[in-house]
Write a protein that binds this ligand. Structure first.
Ligand code: GTP
Ligand code: SPV
Ligand code: MN
Length: 588
């Protein structure tokens, strides 16, 4: 007798009509075979899916060039299909689930013809964790299969665990013919089902990542009393050896991976990484907030990564274990067969192929690597992986950080007065858009808790859920707000960032340990300059003042923008959020 899982796979195959069905076991041998298939058999736009990079300098590394239109998340083609539009909220594109299925059924008919359907069994979270989830993704491209093996815990055991139950998260993915007009990422939260067609790009195609672990999981969390967040998880070790666990949310391409892998500039401090993109937050038996990372890898932005900015990531990328390392849409040094991107250490190589496969001309003014070119690498290769990484319970969180990319207005760091004020600050957060999504770059938009593209239900209900969580947590974590991206008159970043960000984290730890006081402003508590270690930094006095300035006029404009954003949600918006906005206006 076929199991429910086998029947489901069979049914999807009847629609998509692959030549072959291949059940992955998650082994190293299999990954090697899939890469071989990607090098020799499967193609995108006539090009091989993978090519081998210089194994001496980049052990076990492979290059992948995407379809030229398929380089980032496509938020306008992403839908959350609750039965009613209100549950999806104004923060999501919505389609009636039946209509969405009819549309995708049409587009998927025979979409895997001539290809192999890979069946990927995986868990998000450690299999022994009470918080982990069992999942199956179907895909028709080796790149996605290999990526999922890096990013999730993939293996045959998952199939045994599912047995004959229906209790697994389902993902159906096909690259189709990469036609943007036939590209959709559709979520069916009521059925724990994601259906994606037309894209091979990370957030659109690795369905365990944003689609399940944020959009669907955030909705599960709302129903079950936990949170799925766009957050890193780190342990900050002080010179005395005490480790404080912190979770931090910043929008896409705004510094999470760099913060998570940071090599601190202050002596005696260490940052241990547990996650760089997604955190699941549950209330533990002790009443505290505990965090696990459902993922097992980094799908990180390449440009800007160097021994100077992020040495621990360069070490991770070069570690070369039994997990392959993938580079997608970077440039390639054609002499050395090495990946290259803007910001990498050393001289610009003489002969570069750009991300589209053309010879790159340095005076052309174009970027050789796509601004959203990325690496995919196992977290287990990181020299700074936390010893708690595999703890099924996760780690207890002492502080939550929200942040954004703001050239003006928002200070370097600010502490919220309390949980409710912190939730309001997160809810009103704005950030300048980046190349991680296909829309215009550098436009200021509200991106509450860095979750605007990822909250799988009405954000008014999401804020309510955050407020309710605070009431259930014994001693809720302190909430902070950071901004590394404030610029001077010439448009240059004032704050040096990267490893120097430890100075800001040190202040945060001193605050939660009640070692120091802080200066009260209308928006929250900012550092007294004497409490911030700025030794050895060369920031002129004017700029330093700018970093901590709270300009009443600019913040009044900020509250207007926030008001416009919140009004979209009508009566559903919790009154606590409106109360906080009024209180802020009064203080200003
Ligand atoms: P996603 O993977 O899209 O969720 O992004 P992320 O938040 O992990 O962003 P990431 O750390 O990859 O940073 C994106 C860009 O911001 C990179 O080009 C970094 O070099 C740059 N960046 C990161 N941290 C800092 C910082 O402290 N200061 C400055 N100036 N730039 C930074
Ligand atoms: C992001 O865009 O926030 C990412 C990359 O982390 S993706 O997985 O593609 O969403
Ligand atoms: Mn992300």
């Amino acid at each position: 007798m076929a199991t429910s899982l086998e029947k489901w796979v069979e049914k999807q195959a009847e629609l998509t009509k692959p030549d072959k069905i291949y059940w992955c076991d998650g082994s190293e041998k299999e990954a090697r075979k899939l890469i071989e298939i990607g090098i020799n058999e499967e193609k995108i736009n006539g090009n091989p899916i993978f090519s081998k990079l210089n194994q001496d300098n980049w052990p076990n590394a492979y290059y992948h060039r995407s379809h030229p239109t398929d380089v980032a998340r496509t938020e306008h083609l992403t839908f959350v299909c609750h039965p009613d539009k209100e549950t999806a909220g104004p923060n999501n594109n919505w389609m009636d689930p039946n209509e969405a299925k009819a549309k995708l059924t049409k587009l998927s008919d025979g979409c895997m013809r001539g290809r192999t359907m890979y069946v990927l069994p995986y868990t998000m979270g450690h299999p022994d964790s009470p918080y982990s989830k069992t999942c199956i993704q179907l895909t028709d491209v080796s790149y996605v299969a290999v990526s999922m093996r890096i990013m999730t815990r993939m293996g045959k055991k998952v199939i045994d665990k599912i047995g004959n139950s229906e209790n697994f998260v389902k993902g159906l993915h096909s690259v189709g013919d990469f036609d943007q007009n036939k590209r959709f990422v559709m979520h069916f939260p009521q059925e724990n089902f994601v259906w994606s067609i037309g894209s091979g790009y990370g957030g659109n195609a690795l369905l365990g990542k944003k689609c399940f672990s944020l959009r669907i999981a955030s909705y599960q969390g709302k129903k079950e009393g936990w949170l799925a967040e766009h957050m890193i998880i780190i342990g900050i070790e002080d010179p005395q050896g005490k480790i404080t666990y912190v979770a931090a949310a910043l929008p896409s391409a705004c510094g999470k991976t760099n913060l998570a892998l940071m090599q601190p500039s202050l002596p005696g401090y260490k940052i241990w990484v547990l996650g760089d993109d997604i955190a699941w937050l549950n209330i533990g038996e002790d009443g505290r907030l505990w965090a696990i990372n459902p993922e097992t890898g980094f799908f990180g932005v390449a440009p800007g990564t160097s021994m100077k900015t992020n040495p621990n990531m360069i070490r991770t990328l070069k570690a070369g274990t039994f997990f392959p390392t993938l580079f997608t849409n970077t440039a390639v040094d054609t002499d050395k067969i090495e990946p290259w991107w803007e910001g990498l250490d050393g001289e610009i190589p003489k002969n570069l192929t750009d991300w589209q496969g053309n010879k790159w001309d340095p005076v052309s003014g174009t970027k050789a690597a796509h601004p959203n070119s990325r690496f995919t690498v196992s977290i287990t290769q990181s020299p700074t992986i936390s010893k708690e990484y595999n703890n099924p319970k996760g780690v207890p969180i002492s502080a939550i950080i929200f942040g954004g990319k703001r050239s003006t207005t928002v200070p370097l760091i600010c502490e919220s007065f309390n949980w409710q004020h912190g939730v309001f600050s997160g809810a009103s957060m704005g950030s300048e858009t980046t190349a991680a999504a296909t829309s215009k770059v550098g436009v200021l938009r509200r991106d509450p808790m860095a979750m605007l593209p990822f909250c799988g239900y009405n954000m008014a209900d999401y804020f309510k859920h955050w407020l309710d969580m605070g009431k259930r947590i014994k001693n809720p974590p302190s909430i902070f707000f950071v901004n590394w991206f404030r610029t001077d008159d010439k448009g240059k970043f004032i704050w040096p960032g990267f490893g120097e960000n430890i100075r800001v984290l040190k202040w945060l730890i001193d605050r939660i340990n009640k070692k120091i006081s802080a200066k009260e402003t209308p928006i929250g508590l900012v550092p007294n300059l004497s409490d911030l270690n700025l030794e050895g930094l060369n920031i002129d006095k004017n700029n330093l003042e700018k970093l901590f300035e709270v300009d009443s006029q600019k913040w009044q404009e900020e509250t207007e923008d926030t008001k416009t954003f919140l009004e979209q949600f009508g009566d559903r918006m919790p009154k606590e959020i409106w109360n906080e906005l009024s209180a802020l206006k009064k203080r200003l």
